[in-house]
Design a protein around this ligand. Structure first.
Ligand SMILES: [Mn+2]
Length: 486
């Protein structure tokens, strides 16, 4: 067993949590449905199983009082929460104080305020509610948005759960997938405690860190598609240009096919990769792409070395995208099975979900183009109704922000039906955030003004409001954005 673990500041907390779990006959594990939550659950499930502790896993979109009550109603004495739980300590602490269950939390979200919690179950740490078995980077001065994800917190716990002679460092690969899926990379690279986890994965021979083209789809996309779809850094004549991308590669004298099959980036030799990367940078320079954008063409990549070349699972970014596709369509069971190493039916199902997801996105984008967006003074919006699933309407909004007919200088807001209420999603751009726009505040304040609630990040945020309040919401959002741009 490790003495200090991958994140020394959390070692004591991890040890206490592991001891509590070892004392349980069996554990109910509750985790968030997204790439980080799925990998968190997989890491915890694997570690508990290896420690001989029976575990049942359940996934929740969000952990509200009703969901926690349904967990309390189960015949489990010990509940492990991963990738959520800290922000729900107000409710959880009541159940713990009432003796409904004992809780262990491995999370990276902001914990509840101590005064909102049951004083019999929590103490205060740096203004946050804290209790005995609580692994959260924020409690030890680490950043929960960039230094440690939910999967990272679960990994720290997994290392503390190792039986004598056990080695859970192979689970570092999943922790990296979770961190990448949680958008924790800073300037394309994992930092802080996440970096320590990367190092453990490398030492355990399950991970490789490299510098490479930072385009999505290096393992699975045919080469021309890799470049055509690389719109994060738009390169004139290549991005969004099928013929242009193909000609660019042909002009380099590259064999684009082998044995009749398209080659992928992963199939290329080092020399060939070098040739393409240099030519791409050259093209970007001559076509006037800004220097900082060009720099972001190359970044740190994380390769899962035990996964087969040419599969989504070999690249941390592609793996996390595959997991998100299962989560968004409420098939967390499929994502979890893939994480736990099931490479037959679940992997095929996950791929099908991902291709359906891509089709839904492009159909959603078509719908927005067809219906158009309505502009108010400071924001623009569209109503998707039930034509776009509420779980993907935010992504569609983000994609729409770069297209014709949509103003790149205004945040975009999308409404979609969600169980009798209206789900609101919003997206901004880097320059808008630079000018002061913070959508987490916009969503929260505008939603609260019409009887809903919301939050998120400056560049992407969401809310839920009562149906019928859309116009009033836009009016309120307009006011908040106006104030931010002052
Ligand atoms: Mn997370």
């Amino acid at each position: 067993m490790s003495t200090s673990g991958p994140v020394p500041a959390l070692a004591d907390r991890a040890t206490a949590s592991a001891d509590r779990l070892r004392a349980a006959d069996r554990v109910l594990l509750a985790s968030h449905i997204d790439a980080d939550g799925l990998t968190s659950a997989a890491i915890a499930t694997a570690a508990l199983s290896r420690a001989g502790i029976p575990v049942e896993t359940v996934f929740k979109k969000q952990l509200d009082a009703d969901e926690i009550a349904s967990i309390a109603a189960r015949e489990y004495e010990t509940v492990l929460f991963t990738d959520f739980g800290s922000g729900q300590l107000d409710v959880i602490s009541d159940h713990v104080a009432a003796g409904d269950f004992e809780a262990v939390v491995a999370d990276h979200h902001q914990p509840s305020a101590p005064e909102d919690c049951n004083a019999d179950a929590v103490v205060e740490t740096d203004g946050y509610a804290d209790f005995e078995c609580h692994c959260n980077p924020l409690l030890v001065g680490l950043d929960g948005a960039s230094e440690l994800s939910g999967a990272g917190a679960a990994y720290v716990l997994a290392r503390a759960l190792e039986p004598d002679g056990g080695d859970n460092r192979d689970l570092a690969a999943l922790a990296v997938v979770g961190a990448v899926g949680d958008m924790q990379a800073v300037g394309g690279e994992l930092v802080g405690a996440n970096e320590g986890i990367v190092e453990e994965g490398i030492a355990a021979d399950v991970l490789e860190e490299g510098t490479d083209l930072s385009l999505y789809g290096k393992q699975t996309r045919p080469l021309p598609k890799l470049l055509e779809y690389a719109t994060e850094v738009p390169i004139p004549g290549i991005s969004n240009d099928q013929a242009g991308a193909t000609k660019f590669l042909e002009d380099l004298g590259l064999d684009l096919k082998r044995h009749g099959e398209w080659r992928t980036w992963a199939d290329l030799s080092d020399d060939e990769r070098q040739t393409v990367a240099s030519a791409l940078v050259q093209r970007a320079v001559t076509r006037g792409v800004p220097a900082d954008k060009i720099q972001s063409l190359v970044g740190t990549t994380y390769t899962l070395t035990t996964e087969p070349t040419g599969t989504e699972l070999r690249d941390a970014s592609e793996f996390s995208t595959l997991l998100n596709a299962t989560a968004r369509y409420e098939r967390a069971d499929v994502g979890l099975a893939v994480c736990l190493g099931d490479r037959e039916a679940p992997l095929e199902q996950a791929r099908t979900l991902l291709s359906n997801h891509r089709r839904n996105l492009s159909e959603g984008l078509d719908l927005v183009k067809e219906r158009g967006v309505t502009r108010s003074e400071y924001v623009q919006y569209f109503e998707a109704g039930d034509a776009i699933r509420e779980t993907i309407v935010g992504i569609v909004a983000g994609m729409a922000l770069g297209t014709d007919g949509v103003d790149p200088d205004k945040p975009i807001v999308a409404f979609a039906d969600a169980d009798g209420e209206t789900k609101v999603s919003s997206r901004a751009t880097g320059p808008l955030v630079g000018r002061g726009v913070d959508l987490s505040v916009v969503m929260r304040e505008a939603a609260q003004s019409v009887g809903g609630d919301g939050g998120g990040h400056d560049i992407a945020a969401g809310a839920t409001i009562p149906a019928g309040e859309e116009a009033a919401f836009i009016e309120a959002a307009d006011d908040v954005v106006a104030g931010q741009l002052d």
